[in-house]
Design a protein around this ligand. Structure first.
Ligand SMILES: [Zn+2]
Length: 279
């Protein structure tokens, strides 16, 4: 038997449906008008050479997605030199640093740091800190990190010691070609096939000294120097480099040092369901 919301048939019979639809239409169109930017509240920022949408979003503390919406940009890299970008809520035009690409030696150092299964470094002399037990420094100070899962999938291998070595990220199981999303707004500092265990890799630089690394990709959809918004596809899951099957090696670093991303990532749907079922 099909259960119908009680009262629904009465609404149709009473002819109130037309009124209901009219009200709904009014609400929808009102909210559509509501999303159009109020051009009076904000400033126009002239785009200079080398400046990315990410840099502008950083300077004004406005998310990339919002700048894209308000300025009707098709992608975060669709900026033209001389374009006047509307910055909602800004009171004055602020200086914006242009994108600084890594120097060849910085790139080399970064690639050398890509080493799945790096040996566990001995704790520094007189230091009690251990790499895998470190708490992220910004936690407990009311600073939440705005980070999302790069893909959906089970964690095959967590962050931490793996035998005599240290796994600097988490491995997320996935079929090939699942699109990998940028975990945060940022800019691409490395996007290439490397000779490291990471294979084809994308590295993003974020706010507050963070970076994220996406390894073993089979396709790369972004270029070095580009701005990316959170949730934007940056590549596809693959099995390049030192890998036994398609999965994503995801790493979060703070000032170059790998951190366990799990405590910072939002709960998964499975975790939410489990929590709800225990109540
Ligand atoms: Zn891994």
């Amino acid at each position: 038997m099909v259960r119908i919301y009680p009262g629904f048939s009465e609404i149709i019979r009473s002819g109130a449906l037309g009124a209901l639809l009219a009200a709904l239409f009014f609400l929808l169109s009102a909210s559509a008008y509501g999303t159009s930017p109020d051009k009076r509240d904000g400033v126009y920022h002239p785009v200079a050479k080398g400046v990315t949408l990410y840099r502008i979003s950083q300077a004004y503390k406005v998310p990339i997605a919002k700048l894209m919406e308000v300025n009707q940009l098709s992608s975060p890299s669709a900026l033209r030199v001389g374009q006047k970008l509307f910055i909602p809520g800004a009171k004055a035009v602020l200086p914006v640093e242009p994108y600084a690409s890594l120097s060849p030696s910085e790139k080399k150092k970064l690639e050398q740091s890509l080493n799945t299964g790096a040996p566990i470094p001995p704790p520094a002399e007189g230091s009690r800190e251990r790499r895998d037990s470190e708490k992220p420094p910004w936690r407990g100070r009311g600073k939440e990190l705005d980070i999302i899962w790069p893909i959906q999938g089970k964690i095959n291998s967590p962050f931490g010691p793996r035998g005599k070595r240290h796994h600097d990220g988490i491995d997320i199981d996935s079929p090939s070609y699942q699109e990998v999303k940028a975990a945060m707004d940022g800019e691409v500092i490395l996007a290439r096939r490397t000779r490291t265990g990471y294979g084809k890799v994308v590295i993003l630089r974020h706010d507050q000294g963070f970076s994220t690394i996406y390894g073993h990709l089979n396709v790369i959809m972004v270029k070095e120097g580009e701005a990316v918004r959170q949730g934007q596809s940056i590549g596809g899951v693959g099995s390049t480099g030192r890998s036994t099957g398609p999965h994503l090696h995801f790493e979060l670093r703070h000032k170059g040092r790998p951190l366990d991303p799990l405590p910072l990532l939002p709960p998964t749907i499975e975790e939410l369901l489990e929590k709800a079922s225990k109540k």
